[in-house]
Design a protein around this ligand. Structure first.
Ligand SMILES: Nc1nc2c(ncn2[C@@H]2O[C@H](COP(=O)(O)OP(=O)(O)OP(=O)(O)O)[C@@H](O)[C@H]2O)c(=O)[nH]1
Length: 381
């Protein structure tokens, strides 16, 4: 089947104008998300670059149809990346790197633009590197759901590889000794490029909205001071864990951990020092948790932990380690050493029909026992 190159170019232009307009519509509705405006501009830039490159056949002005067109093509992945950074950081992002890479690319392009094929090899290689970098960068934008992150990352990576392939094909073509007609291959690569650009642009809003939803969930379920779950998050996720345990006839375990004589630490070193201790204890708790455990700060200096898939012996081992680890840790605040210990109360049960607040009450009674037996220890019901 013969694919007409101008048809592909015209389709690319129209599709990018449409996608750019869609991005601006989203930006208009969500003014705080400047990344949509940046991605919209990227689509328009890509359309303009294609118009200029298309003029190569009728206009003898390579400075415009090659030099400017290729520079604009390089600007597209840079804008895509800029939009991702704006989104990740949620603030204005400096254009310094975009400007630097544009200048660095402009120099060799200036020497090559009289030879469109060599210029194309260079442009495709730079874009390939930028897309591959973007693929790796997307992976660092957390806490987006893994699937969306991977999908966007794979699109960028495939795009990078495809552009490298384009660079190689064009490089071979530009060698006069190898007369192979690769126009069809280039056209196919251009179509793949078009599909990937479209898919990436369509995924941008999905990516942003899924991350927004996660952030919103975090705001309501995460304790700002310690970054563990808060009381609400603990009950929401802990109850789910309990139901799962009961369905699989596994024991459920709830621990309560409370800082010892915390009031005197606050009184002696100040509230800020107390907050630093809470953060340090949270860090130790987090270190001892496995993937499916749920740890939360449910009150001022009270932590609750739901352990997934443990028996009584393992639960006691975790409790012992937490108590010992906190007692051994040298807490410091503004050069002052603070001696800190914790007490832990726990319950492990296989009984059905017990909800999380009942288990928490039992763990609290065990904690009370640990406190009245001298603190810096654990007790189980
Ligand atoms: N710095 C800081 N202190 C807090 C926070 N929430 C609660 N507190 C303090 O934690 C202290 C709790 O004191 P108490 O309940 O009397 O218990 P305690 O002094 O730890 O004594 P025991 O639990 O019996 O060992 C109070 O002084 C609260 O002001 C917080 O977010 N930050």
């Amino acid at each position: 089947m013969y694919i007409h190159l101008p048809t592909v170019i015209i389709t690319t232009i129209l599709l990018n104008l449409l996608l750019g307009a869609a991005m601006f519509v989203i930006f208009n509705a969500l003014k705080s998300q400047k990344s949509f405006r940046t991605w919209g501009i990227a689509c328009f830039v890509f359309a303009i670059a294609n118009i200029l490159a298309g003029l190569r056949f009728s206009l003898d002005a390579p400075w415009l149809t090659v030099f400017v067109a290729d520079l604009l093509i390089i600007l597209v992945p840079l804008l895509a990346l800029h939009g991702l950074r704006q989104y990740q950081l949620q603030r204005s992002v400096s254009n310094r790197w975009t400007a630097r890479i544009m200048i660095i690319s402009a120099v060799p392009l200036y020497f090559l633009y009289q030879n469109p094929l060599q210029a194309q090899v260079l442009t495709a290689s730079i874009c390939a590197a930028l897309y591959i970098y973007s693929g790796a960068y997307v992976q660092t934008i957390k806490p987006t759901p893994k699937f969306t992150r991977r999908a966007l990352s794979v699109l960028f990576l495939v795009h990078g590889v495809l552009l490298f392939a384009t660079a190689v094909v064009v490089a071979i073509e530009s060698k006069a000794s190898l007369v192979i007609s690769s126009e069809q291959l280039i056209t196919v690569l251009l179509i793949a490029h078009l599909l990937l650009t479209t898919a990436t642009t369509v995924l941008f809003p999905v990516f942003v909205f899924s991350l927004n939803e996660r952030r919103l969930l975090e705001v309501v379920n995460i304790d700002e001071l310690t970054q563990l779950f808060n009381r609400r998050g603990f009950f929401e996720l802990g109850s789910e864990l309990l139901v799962k345990n009961q369905a699989q006839a596994r024991p459920s375990c709830v621990l309560m951990l409370d800082l010892d004589r915390f009031k005197s630490i606050n009184d002696r070193y100040g509230h800020a020092a107390g907050d630093a201790c809470l953060r340090d204890v949270a860090r130790i708790i987090r270190k001892h948790m496995r993937e499916h455990d749920i740890a939360a700060r449910i009150g001022g200096e009270e932590f609750a932990i739901a352990l997934a898939d443990v028996d009584r012996m393992q639960a006691e081992q975790v409790s012992r380690r937490l108590v010992e680890r906190v007692a051994q840790q040298a807490f410091e605040f503004e050069g002052e050493r603070i001696d800190l210990t914790v007490s832990v109360g726990g319950i492990v049960t296989t009984a059905n029909q017990r909800d999380l607040s009942e288990l928490l009450n039992d763990a609290d009674s065990a904690l009370y026992e640990a406190k009245s037996s001298g603190r810096n220890q654990f007790r189980f019901v």
